[in-house]
Write a protein that binds this ligand. Structure first.
Ligand code: HEC
Length: 149
């Protein structure tokens, strides 16, 4: 009987020991690796070539301040047509700029800002094929643009 008690105690100790060791070790759940992917700059495809900013501005200014006399399509009205031939006779963008910025709009000469006159000259020259659309008219480039048809 005593022997039986000892073996029972041993058995209990064993059971407790096994239980303490636990079953299979808890497996650490792998943490999702933080992926720091830079957000891809999603840009819509440019299907239509965009009008450079200076021309957009020049066109708007022309519509407001010049077209009443020179016509929406530069074909003239109370003022002369602003044709490629008419513009290129100024020889350089600088001379055309001087003419426009000092005497136009005829009804209110020199009333616009310098930058607005740059934009207007850019618009006129590009519209008449005397300047490439990606070229900019400003204080630095004025003298370098020659007006040849
Ligand atoms: C109130 C009418 C009127 C408005 C507004 C006007 N113009 Fe004129 N423009 C004229 C007249 C008239 C002439 C011709 C006489 C002269 O050169 O001064 C002329 C001449 C010009 C010429 C010279 C053309 C050439 O063949 O030599 C240019 C360039 C011109 N204008 C640009 C502009 C621009 C740019 C604007 C807008 C900022 C403008 N004009 C607004 C009446 C106008």
């Amino acid at each position: 009987m005593k022997k039986a008690l000892i073996s029972l105690t041993l058995a209990l100790v064993l059971v407790v020991a096994v239980a303490a060791c636990g079953g299979p070790a808890p497996t650490a759940t792998p943490r999702p690796i933080a992926t720091t992917q830079p957000a891809a700059a999603v840009q819509p495809p440019t299907l239509v070539p965009q009008m450079p900013q200076q021309q957009t501005s020049g066109k708007a200014l022309y519509g407001e301040h010049c077209s009443p006399c020179h016509g929406a399509a530069l074909t003239g009205g109370t003022g002369p047509a602003l044709s490629a031939a008419g513009l290129s006779k100024y020889g350089t963008a600088q001379k055309l700029f001087d003419k426009v910025s000092k005497t136009m709009p005829k009804s209110n000469p020199a009333s616009l800002a310098t930058q607005q006159y740059y934009d207007l000259v850019d618009y006129l020259l590009v519209a008449q094929g005397l300047l490439k659309p990606d070229q900019t008219v400003n204080a630095d480039t004025l003298a370098t643009i020659s007006l040849t048809q």
